[in-house]
Design a protein around this ligand. Structure first.
Ligand code: SF4
Length: 332
């Protein structure tokens, strides 16, 4: 059984900020803050589905967990810790802002059995952070990351692509700065423009052209490979699908299967590289690992069509004992 999270959303509550892209109520799909009873219900419900607690974390996402009122934060942690102690859950995961981390709060999180802390870094470019009203700097991300690691927590960093005033190079640079902080995990979110946000207003006035999902694929595919080459797990690529996001979205990079699009893009680039300079009158058999066959063919067979458009006649097949993104080519 693979690793799982029981996710509990703590929307916007306690967050001192109003980031350009944020409409937490829309993102989490709920308006009422979670209570300790909700934590209990969420865990009990998950346990009915025969999860393996040892491979499951209880995760508080959505707002800025360490910025919520201390008493409320501790009440949620108490409810989660009960399950940690009684059923051996793998740990507790929280997400927060880089400027809401200090020794005091880390001591508290340690005491309640928190194992992983994710920081919304979003960009490592101070101008991009400023115009997107993040209220913190890249240096805050560096400092908080080091402090979190010094306490022995697993560090997670989240970044966004295509933010207002960012571009391909700045996003690549952000990823490279993030990789230097050696997080255990990374989440990459192409910016999605939601109603009732600052970005939404800029978008409607035509002052911000948010990259679409299709436009974000080449960059995000590159970031995925870059992090994986550094041994950093990319645990999320693209905003999770929810009806509220779909109905509140004005534009930007949302696709319900965004990761698959990026992985398909990587396969296409690798196939084209292997085929480069080969005789276009032959038919080629392209082998990929079995479980990636549909990704290699691409959504709605887009990769097969792209190869054909480049003049190549190819049959893509699955094969045992190949690695992720490994490709073998034979003439039929
Ligand atoms: S810090 Fe997080 S919760 Fe707060 S406004 Fe920004 S994105 Fe939203």
């Amino acid at each position: 059984m693979s690793h799982a999270n029981i996710s509990i959303f703590v929307p916007h509550r306690g967050c001192p900020n109003d980031c350009s892209f944020c409409n937490q109520r829309a993102i989490s799909g709920q308006t009422v803050p979670a209570t300790p009873i909700d934590v209990e219900k969420a865990v009990m419900t998950a346990m009915e589905y025969n999860i393996d607690p040892k491979k499951t974390e209880i995760a508080f996402f959505g707002g800025s967990f360490t910025a919520i009122e201390r008493e409320y934060m501790c009440s949620l942690l108490t409810a989660a810790k009960h399950f940690l102690d009684a059923h051996n859950f793998a740990g507790i995961r929280v997400s927060t802002r880089p400027d809401c981390i200090d020794n005091d709060v880390l001591e508290i999180l340690k005491k309640y059995g928190v194992t992983a802390i994710e920081l919304g870094a979003q960009s490592m470019d101070d101008e991009v952070l400023s115009v997107n009203r993040r209220g913190h700097t890249a240096e805050d991300v560096r400092k908080a990351s080091k402090l979190i690691k010094s306490y022995g927590f697993e560090l997670g960093l989240q970044m966004m692509t295509g933010l207002y005033k960012s571009d391909f190079q700045k996003d690549l640079q952000t990823a490279s700065e993030i990789a230097k902080l050696k997080p255990g995990t990374v989440r990459i979110y192409p910016t999605v423009v939601l109603k009732n946000t600052h970005l939404g207003k800029l978008f409607e006035k035509g002052e911000y052209l948010a990259p679409t999902a299709e436009e974000s694929v080449p960059l995000c595919a590159e970031l995925l490979q870059m992090f994986e080459n550094e041994g950093i797990k990319v645990i999320k690529l693209g905003l999770h699908s929810s009806e509220t996001v779909e109905s509140d979205m004005l534009g930007g990079g949302y696709h319900p299967a965004f990761r698959e699009l990026c992985e398909g893009h990587i396969y296409l680039q690798k196939m084209l590289k292997k085929l480069g300079g080969k005789d276009k009158t032959c038919t080629y058999l392209i082998y990929v690992r079995n479980k990636d066959l549909s990704k290699a063919k691409g959504q709605q067979k887009r990769n097969e069509k792209a190869l054909k458009n480049q003049g190549f006649s190819c049959i893509i097949k699955g094969k045992e004992n190949l690695e992720r993104f490994q490709i073998e080519v034979d003439v039929e």
